[in-house]
Design a protein around this ligand. Structure first.
Ligand SMILES: NC(=O)c1ccc[n+]([C@@H]2O[C@H](COP(=O)([O-])OP(=O)(O)OC[C@H]3O[C@@H](n4cnc5c(N)ncnc54)[C@H](OP(=O)(O)O)[C@@H]3O)[C@@H](O)[C@H]2O)c1
Length: 271
C-alpha cells in the first residue's frame, strides 16, 4: 500500500502536537504530502518546515476549530479549491474530559462530542464518495483503549471513542471489497499532552505509557495490512480481552479506580 500512497495527499487532523504530529512525520517519511489541521497554526508551520527540509514534503495548513460544526466543510472546500484529492484521512483530533458529574462543564462535553464524533463523521462521509469513485483510499481513525468499556469519571470521552471504534469497524467491513481500507487505532496511555488537556495533570507520570512513535508505527502498520483495528502494546491488548470475559458490572466498577477524584478538595485531580 505504501507504493500507492507515496506522492499522494493525506489529511491529518490534530496535527499540531502528540500523535497527530507524529502521524505527519511518519507519513512524510513515506513520501506522502500533507494537509495539516488543528487550531494552533504556529506549531503546524514549524512542523511543515521540518518535513519540507527533511523529506521535501508539500504541506498545506488549514487552521480550524473542529468544535465548530461548520469547520469540517470549510476544510474540505479549501482542499477542493487547492485541487487536492485526499487519499488518506487520519482522523486523530480529539480530547478527553476527566471529572465528576457535579463539576462537569456541559459546553466542554458538547465540544468533545463535536471534535471526537461529529467532525470525524463528517470528514469521513464527505471524503468517502471521492475515494469510492477512484476505487482506492484509506481512513485511519484514532480511537482508544477506553473504547472497549465504559469508564467512570470519563464517561463521555470513553463513549465517544466507542463510537469511533464501532463506526470504523462497520465501515471496514462495508468497504474492504471496494478498494477502501478503514482501520481504528486504539492506544492506551501515550506520552502526549492528552492528560493535561483532559484535566488530569500528573496522571501520565504515574502510569506506564507508550511513545507516540510506537503507537503511530503500529497504527500505520495495521492500516497497510488492512486490519480492522489495532491495540498497540500487548498489555493493552490483553486488557481488551479481559473486559470481554468479565461481567459488565465488574468492568465499570474497576474503571472507577482509575479516575475517581480525591475527596480532599483537589477538585478533579485523579489519584
Ligand atoms: N495520549 C493518550 O494517552 C491517548 C490514548 C488514547 C487515545 N488518544 C487519542 O489520540 C488523539 C490525539 O491526542 P494526543 O494524545 O496526541 O493529545 P494532544 O497532544 O493533546 O493532541 C490533540 C490534538 O487534537 C487537536 N484538537 C483538540 N481540540 C481540537 C479542536 N477543538 N479543533 C481542532 N483540533 C483540536 C489538538 O490541536 P489544537 O490544540 O492545536 O487544536 C492536537 O493537535 C486523540 O483523539 C485522543 O483522544 C490519546
Amino acid at each position: 500500500m505504501w507504493k500507492q500512497l507515496a506522492d499522494q495527499w493525506a489529511l491529518v487532523t490534530g496535527a499540531s502536537s502528540g500523535l497527530g504530529a507524529e502521524f505527519a512525520r511518519q507519513l512524510a517519511s513515506r513520501g506522502m504530502h500533507l494537509v495539516l489541521t488543528a487550531r494552533r497554526r504556529e506549531l503546524m508551520e514549524v512542523l511543515a518546515q521540518e518535513l519540507h527540509t527533511k523529506h521535501g514534503t508539500r504541506c498545506e495548513i488549514i487552521a480550524a476549530d473542529l468544535s465548530d460544526p461548520s469547520e469540517p466543510e470549510r476544510i474540505l472546500n479549501e482542499i477542493v479549491a487547492k485541487g487536492i484529492a485526499i487519499e488518506l484521512l487520519v482522523n486523530n483530533a480529539g480530547f478527553g474530559v476527566v471529572g465528576e458529574v457535579s463539576q462537569a462543564d456541559v459546553n466542554r462535553l458538547l465540544q468533545l462530542i463535536h471534535v471526537n464524533v461529529s467532525a470525524l463523521t463528517e470528514l469521513t462521509y464527505r471524503l468517502l464518495p471521492g475515494m469510492l469513485e477512484r476505487g482506492h483510499g484509506a481512513i485511519l481513525n484514532v480511537s482508544s483503549l477506553s473504547a472497549f468499556q465504559p469508564v467512570a469519571y470519563m464517561g463521555v470521552y470513553a463513549a465517544s471513542k466507542s463510537y469511533v471504534l464501532h463506526l470504523s469497524e462497520a465501515l471496514h467491513c462495508e468497504l474492504k471489497d471496494r478498494g477502501i481500507t478503514v482501520t481504528a487505532v486504539c492506544p492506551g496511555v501515550t506520552r502526549t499532552s492528552f492528560f493535561d488537556v483532559a484535566g488530569a495533570p500528573g496522571w501520565l507520570q504515574k502510569h506506564s505509557s507508550l511513545t507516540v512513535e510506537t503507537v503511530v508505527k503500529a497504527g500505520l502498520k495495521a492500516m497497510v495490512r488492512r486490519h480492522q483495528y489495532i491495540v498497540p502494546g500487548w498489555r493493552n491488548f490483553l486488557l481488551t480481552l479481559l473486559v470481554r470475559i468479565a461481567s459488565r458490572r465488574r468492568v465499570v466498577k474497576e474503571s472507577t479506580r482509575f479516575f475517581r477524584p480525591r475527596r480532599n478538595g483537589d477538585g478533579n485531580k485523579p489519584r
